[in-house]
Design a protein around this ligand. Sequence first.
Ligand SMILES: NC(=O)c1ccc[n+]([C@@H]2O[C@H](COP(=O)([O-])OP(=O)(O)OC[C@H]3O[C@@H](n4cnc5c(N)ncnc54)[C@H](OP(=O)(O)O)[C@@H]3O)[C@@H](O)[C@H]2O)c1
Length: 233
Amino acid sequence: MKIILTGATGLVGAECVRLALNNPQITEVVALARKPVTVPDGASRSKLRSVVVEDLSQEYSEDVKEQLSGAHACIWNLAITPSKARALPANDVSKVCLDYTMTGIKTMASVASTEVPFRFVYTSGALSERDPSKSLWLNPEYRKMRGEVENRLLDYAVDTAGKVEVQVTKPGLIDHAGRFAAARTLLSATGLSNINVSELAAAELNQALGGFDKDTLMTTDLVRIGREALWNS
Ligand SMILES: NC(=O)c1ccc[n+]([C@@H]2O[C@H](COP(=O)([O-])OP(=O)(O)OC[C@H]3O[C@@H](n4cnc5c(N)ncnc54)[C@H](OP(=O)(O)O)[C@@H]3O)[C@@H](O)[C@H]2O)c1
């Protein structure tokens, strides 16, 4: 299987790269990013192709399309997270989170393998809101914009009549190297669940490889699928 990974220089995307390179079912990993993606320690270089594009809202060049062609799935981890979004104009954040994603899925679908539906796993967040009319007290504009991305992707999949399948993952806080270990009890008391980065990446790879359990996975589903996938690897 050939898989495209975006956000591969970030927390979740880098873990997806590491797990994908070590997965024998995956024959080729294309990392699409604005800067070169390096091979993580202990992973094999031979399966990784790093494709660099500076502005992913523009139509991709023929050369880039050629490198993406024939893929079976994509895991999209490219976004501006809420903490980084605060320092940027809302239009710039929306361009990256929404325009890049929609241009990405349409371009990838146009050159994807025709043998099976093209599977697109989109990492969103537990707090993203799909209902634009809902009143939110915390970060409403950003959360509704991310919810709009979810709606647009799911609608697009319907429009393709089965050629493209979309799954939205909605993790809570992502724990990395025990970052939230001390606060785990407190976090569970607030209701915002957390997931280890390897569990999330493993769950996303599992779904990209084996098919989607359902179109939206919340943290509890992701922890269960990810732990099982890691256990079996
Ligand atoms: N971290 C969490 O606790 C958490 C919790 C819930 C949901 N999520 C979601 O999970 C996904 C991945 O998050 P993360 O924590 O891995 O984020 P991250 O570490 O900040 O990584 C973001 C990725 O997006 C890329 N990116 C950002 N702006 C870009 C631009 N203008 N052009 C090209 N690439 C750009 C970054 O590339 P550069 O390295 O080039 O900047 C990086 O590869 C996001 O959708 C996030 O909202 C995260």
